[in-house]
Design a protein around this ligand. Structure first.
Ligand code: C5P
Length: 336
């Protein structure tokens, strides 16, 4: 039936990875009310799955099947932003399978948005230069530009001024997501930073020491003794379960060489990094009967480098990509 094949859309199944913050320092508040930060972002193997189906059409129709029923889903906002940029219509259907906990400081919504920014131009047979794509990402949220590249990156400013770091070892990580939602705005306010915060220079110095250790040791677990997350002091006070989880993780990783425990973003996920799989399995079995873990999701993942992230993207989009092109973002075979 010719009619059916003509109406067939271009489809892809995307993996939208989570991130953790290996380090996060909050400096002064800026006059616009946002805070200046220093962070190291890291993609991890925990991922949502997004099925995307695109059909060329005059009118714009976007639908999403989302069992989590996320209000004002960033996937739809990202799709509208791409179609606006390309001045295109299109019939688009998304189906989202959520594995990344929401409100956990793992960047799930931002990653979903970046997935659409990378995939939709390819399916639509158009190209958006990286500079424009980055500006669109910025407009969708502070963590979105990071997910256009993945791997290990320093984020400055609001986290949108990005610098790549050398690839790290694929250290195993254990994530503990408690049944607690930490609202981001109040967490920033609780830090009480002023326009003239005087702790910035010592904070920047110790951040740089951590980054240097990462560059030299090439392992987030091995460098983690120098890491920090400024939100931990205020968030742990407000949500004692998080503080208990971090203490238990520290205890069970205590025997392991070079294991580190940190909170991601403004919470509520607390993670532990290990140098070996044996160390992680030992920690999991000691935690299994622990009362502080009640109601928590415990998730095993590993660090994903920028190279592996970009290879994954090319694989996922392979049937729609120009096989001769090796640039980033990947280019569509349907471009004219
Ligand atoms: O980025 P997101 O929309 O999650 O931020 C929520 C709130 O956190 C913002 O409205 C702002 O009050 C605060 N924030 C901040 N400085 C940043 C990022 C967020 O003060 N760099």
């Amino acid at each position: 039936m010719a009619g059916v094949s003509k109406a067939k859309g271009r489809k892809a199944t995307l993996r939208s990875l989570a991130k953790i913050n290996l380090d996060l320092r909050i400096l002064n508040k800026n006059p616009d009310g946002y805070h200046e930060l220093r962070t190291v972002f890291q993609t991890i193997s925990l991922a949502d799955t997004i099925d995307i189906d695109y059909q060329n059409a005059q009118r714009r129709e976007i639908s999403i099947q989302d069992p989590a029923n996320i209000a004002d889903n960033l996937i739809v906002r990202a799709a509208n932003a791409v179609l606006d940029e390309l001045r295109l219509g299109g019939r688009l259907h998304f189906s989202l399978e959520k594995k990344i906990p929401m409100g956990g400081g793992l960047g799930g919504g931002s990653s979903n948005a970046a997935a659409v920014l990378l995939a939709l131009p390819v399916l639509a047979g158009r190209h958006i230069p990286l500079e424009r794509l980055t500006a669109i990402a910025h407009g969708l949220g502070s963590d979105v530009p990071f997910f256009l590249h993945g791997g290990t990156q320093i984020g400055l400013g609001r986290g949108t001024e990005l610098y790549r770091l050398a690839e790290l070892r694929k250290d195993p990580v254990l994530l503990v997501f408690p049944p607690v939602q930490v609202p981001t705005g109040p967490a920033y306010q609780a830090l009480g930073r002023s326009l003239t915060f005087t702790g910035s220079s010592s904070s920047i110095n110790s951040f740089q020491a951590f980054v240097w250790a990462l560059e030299v040791r090439r392992s987030a677990a091995a460098a983690s003794e120098l890491s920090a997350n400024d939100f931990e002091s205020v968030v742990f006070t407000q949500f004692p379960q998080l503080s208990q989880i971090a203490a238990r993780l520290r205890k069970v990783t205590g025997g392991a060489r070079n294991a580190g425990v940190r909170m991601s973003g403004s919470g509520s996920t607390v993670f532990a990094l290990f140098e070996s799989e044996e160390d992680r399995q030992r920690a999991i079995s000691s935690l299994s009967r622990d009362r502080a873990m009640r109601g928590c999701r415990v998730i095993q993942a590993s660090l994903v480098s920028r190279g592996a992230y970009q290879r994954m993207w090319r694989r996922r989009l392979s049937m729609h990509l120009d096989p001769k092109d090796n640039s980033w973002p990947p280019r569509s075979r349907y471009e004219r």
